[in-house]
Design a protein around this ligand. Structure first.
Ligand code: SF4
Length: 292
């Protein structure tokens, strides 16, 4: 719950505000870019919502914020933000909202499929929030949890306990110690289902994985994201915990695959043609080589 006494001075006057507990995960500035921005080491409100659409996105940000740092001075129907999640990205792919502080506000995704097609897939872990869990239950629960890497696993144990789902994770990110059911080893891509390819991408962490669904949606964890400032695909050298050189090699390996969506844990999503995505990926690899 945001505290008005700790309202950041960078907020413009008005209803919505961010308080000093903000950890600068950028969820709000990505979800409601016309309301929130990153003013340096934290986010704040630079423009108060004026339309119903802006208010809805601001309330969704309030719900998605991992630290409860967004507040309002006026009264709002909380369900406008809560019931918006999971929020449709495209086709049967949803953004879960309800990010977790333990994964620094990383975004997680739900793929909704009937039981006959293998059931639902949860990519990385959102906060185990009652309202979200109830909604996921209504949508059919979770059959598999695909965990990109050790930083974004948040409440995976609670989801496993609730839904009895099989978790998939790489051995080199500590999968055995976490009790993960399906442990990926080595650096070869593995098809865990007809429509789901697991691609090891060591670099950010040693056991980082990305997941390619339907040769269309690439769930990239902390490996790859869209840069809104450079307007191309990018990676994050300052958080290449394992090896930037290895991450650059892993990125080049992704040129062997086709996809139209990049859906990261941190950073911006991007949708484009396969051809344009390949162009941006080549640019990203070239840029990464200059940063080595
Ligand atoms: S979502 Fe919350 S923690 Fe993240 S940048 Fe916004 S106010 Fe800060």
């Amino acid at each position: 719950m945001a505290n008005i006494q700790r309202r950041l001075p960078e907020n413009v006057p008005g209803d919505f505000f961010v308080d000093a507990s903000c950890i600068d995960c950028d969820t709000c500035s990505q979800l409601a870019p016309s309301v929130f921005h990153d003013h340096g080491e934290q986010c704040s409100v630079y423009h108060q919502p004026e339309t119903d659409a802006e208010t809805r996105l601001a309330l969704m940000s309030l719900v998605a914020c991992p630290t409860g740092s967004i507040g309002t001075t006026g009264k709002h129907d909380a369900h406008i933000g809560i019931d918006a999640f999971p929020s449709l990205v495209a086709e049967n792919v949803y953004f879960c909202g309800f990010t977790s502080e333990s994964s620094f506000g990383a975004w997680s995704y739900l793929i909704v499929r009937p039981e006959s097609e293998g059931g639902n897939l949860l990519i990385d872990s959102p906060r185990f929030a009652t309202q979200l869990v109830r909604r996921i239950s209504e949508l059919g629960g979770v059959k598999k949890m695909l965990l990109t890497h050790q930083d974004d696993i948040a409440d995976h144990k609670l989801f496993r306990k609730k839904f009895d789902c099989e978790r998939v994770m790489h051995a080199d990110d500590g999968a055995a110690g976490l009790g993960v059911e399906r442990i990926i080893e080595g650096e070869e891509a593995i098809r865990v289902e007809e429509e789901v390819l697991v691609i090891p991408t060591p670099g950010h962490t040693r056991g980082h994985l990305v997941f390619l669904y339907k040769n269309k949606f690439l769930f990239t964890g902390d490996h790859l994201a869209w840069s809104a400032t450079r307007e191309t695909l990018t990676a994050f050298p300052s958080v290449a915990w394992y090896s930037w050189t290895r991450q650059t090699e892993s990125m080049a390996n992704l040129l062997n695959y086709e996809f139209e969506w990049v859906l990261p844990g941190h950073g911006y999503q991007h949708h484009d043609t396969k051809q344009n995505m390949r162009y941006h990926l080549q640019s990203c690899v070239a840029w990464m080589k200059t940063r080595g």
